[in-house]
Design a protein around this ligand. Sequence first.
Ligand code: SF4
Ligand code: SF4
Length: 141
Amino acid sequence: MKSRFYDNGLNFECTGCGKCCEYSDAEVYLTESDVDRICNYLTITLKTFIKTYCRTVKGKPVLKSNKTHCIFLNDKRCKIYPVRPDQCRTFPFWGEILKSKSRWDYVGETCEGINQGKLYTFEEIRNAMKSKRDVPGIEDE
Ligand code: SF4
Ligand code: SF4
């Protein structure tokens, strides 16, 4: 089997710094279960959620953002952190980031949780990558 730089796992622990939520043109795609969880958490209807927090890209719902950050980022904190979308939940275990050790370390220059804290096993990493790939709208990595 092909060997990967994360065969023995990787350390990651989110500090909640919010840097990965600072973007203006990135797209956070949503699964149906993301939408259900967030609506329940905010106690709002699907219609209100779509109207207030979503825009459409390639026919799929994505979270709105303002000029500098995701609509749910407030004072450097995610307002829906316990129920955040799978795309956010699986960061940084994304195929595009795990293509190489240098790519992983490069992202680690911005994300202070990378190479710190909890050890994720190879299996946990692959499961997170799969969940990210399953989000509708995500291109193959
Ligand atoms: S940049 Fe990294 S440490 Fe900061 S909130 Fe995002 S995942 Fe967590
Ligand atoms: S939903 Fe939360 S974790 Fe995801 S990008 Fe927005 S603020 Fe960040």
